[in-house]
Design a protein around this ligand. Structure first.
Ligand code: FMN
Length: 170
């Protein structure tokens, strides 16, 4: 039989792919993100209001997709606050570059980047759901593949990588 639990939002080892969101020049790791509309293409992230990035966020941000090669850097971006620690100096092999359509920077090492302008914000008690309108989808040719190894969070400091992707038709 089922049991119920209060405050068990981290329970359930459902892997969530991790991205690094950059607000201005501040990178932070996000597991709560998803596409929400096709046309216009809208992509949402949920930001903890205690994060420096929440205070920084005005009207744009970028979503940076990185392979598991950058696992360490993803953890660093998700472990320190940008107003207290110079995260970028700790995140070896990560370089910020100018974006094409928004003021927030992009991460050069990403295999794909969504440049977003804030479309809507929904403030909850401790998180803010920020829906971005994707103004530019940038990708590296030959690097967006189903076999890309990504980092997934499973809650409570558990992580996993996907194995190989495969094509299947019914
Ligand atoms: C695996 C993982 C997933 C995370 N997911 C989110 C998330 O979805 N939303 C969020 O606001 N913070 C998330 N965080 C926490 C922030 O990345 C972390 O608090 C970070 O230090 C915030 O940086 P900042 O204060 O410079 O904005 C996550 C951290 C980790 C390690």
């Amino acid at each position: 039989m089922f049991k119920t639990i209060e405050n068990g939002y981290t329970l359930g080892y459902v892997p969530r792919p991790l991205v690094i969101v950059v607000v201005g020049e501040n990178p932070f790791t996000v597991g709560w993100h998803t596409p929400v509309n096709k046309n216009p293409f809208l992509y949402s992230i949920s930001i903890d209001k205690t994060n420096y990035s929440y205070r920084l966020l005005k009207d744009n941000f970028t979503i940076n997709f990185l392979t598991s090669e950058y696992f360490e850097q993803i953890l660093i971006a998700g472990s320190y606050h940008g107003d207290q620690v110079d995260k970028l100096s700790l995140m070896k092999n990560i370089h910020l570059i100018d974006s094409e359509k928004v003021a927030s920077k992009s991460i050069l090492e990403s295999f794909m980047v969504y440049e977003c302008e804030v479309y809507e914000k929904l403030d909850f008690q401790d998180h803010s759901l920020v829906i971005g309108r994707v103004l530019a989808i940038k990708y590296k040719r030959g690097k967006v593949k189903p076999k890309n190894k990504l980092v997934f969070s499973m809650g409570k400091n558990y992580y996993c990588f996907n194995t190989k992707g495969f094509y299947k038709k019914i």
